[in-house]
Design a protein. Structure first.
Length: 261
């Protein structure tokens, strides 16, 4: 499906969900078990612009979403692009003349909301205030974080309250950074002592089960354009690597989907 963002911006709510640390291979393995995320299609393999949350989200909010994992540059059509850069753009790309897409959408009349998850959205220290500061409203609670086994449930519950009280005539740009897939995720498999591909798969199944309520609430408001992707993957011992903020294919390859709710 070819998306013309000039037809989307101003007419649709926009929901942007980052599944923090989700590996592409894990996402593909769980497609059949994720009816909310993959009910209308499978994951696309893309390359992230950053190997950890802070870097990747700076790029995302600048309009640099994950890039198709191929060498066909003609297929690398961006949804968002800054105006007046001198670089060629596609007619389907929405051009913004602000420093980032969040303020660009606010300028178009959107109410911009961030529901944070991992440490870079906590606002507990100056560094953790940077990404939330892009938004008119930003929220984080301890229950939204990586140590809570029901974090996505709590994040979605908070989103539903905001959606329920939102002006139906004002478009929403709702961003959610889902923390549950980021480590530690071993508690999603009873008896597991460490994070692994299997525990991340279980975390993804949990997240999918919770996101259905969010998708339904957005559908009830009207037309919603949805972007769901990972910001980066993580290594579980491949070639001796562990974690992320490093250059390995399990970190750089991320799942990506865009669809209309």
């Amino acid at each position: 499906m070819t998306i013309n963002m000039n037809d989307i911006v101003g007419t649709h709510d926009i929901l942007f969900v980052t599944l923090d640390t989700l590996r592409y291979d894990v996402a593909k393995l769980e497609e059949e078990n994720c009816p909310n995320l993959c009910g209308t299609g499978g994951w696309e393999k893309r390359h992230t612009p950053g190997s950890f949350t802070y870097a990747a989200h700076h790029a995302f909010f600048g309009g640099f979403l994950p890039t198709p994992a191929n060498t066909d540059k003609a297929s690398h059509v961006r949804l968002f692009h800054s105006k007046n850069t001198g670089l060629p753009t596609n007619s389907n790309t929405w051009l913004f003349d602000t420093p980032d897409i969040v303020s660009g959408l606010a300028k178009k009349g959107y109410r911009t909301i961030c529901i944070g998850g991992v440490i870079f959205f906590t606002k507990k220290v100056a560094l953790a205030k940077v990404l939330p500061s892009y938004f008119q409203e930003s929220y984080w609670r301890q229950t939204f974080g990586v140590t809570n086994p029901r974090s996505t449930e709590h994040q979605v519950n908070h989103a539903l309250k905001l959606i329920g009280s939102a002006n139906p005539d004002q478009r929403l740009f709702l961003f959610m950074n889902v923390s549950a897939i980021h480590g530690p995720n071993h508690y999603f498999v009873p008896g597991a002592k460490r994070d692994s591909v299997e525990t991340q798969r279980a975390a993804l199944r949990y997240v999918d089960g919770q996101l259905g309520r969010l998708f339904e609430a957005m559908r009830a408001r009207g037309k919603t354009f949805c972007i769901v992707c990972s910001d980066h993957g993580t290594a579980y011992g491949e070639n001796g690597y562990h974690g992320h903020r490093l250059a390995h294919e399990v970190v750089w390859n991320v799942p990506y989907r865009e669809f209309i709710l």
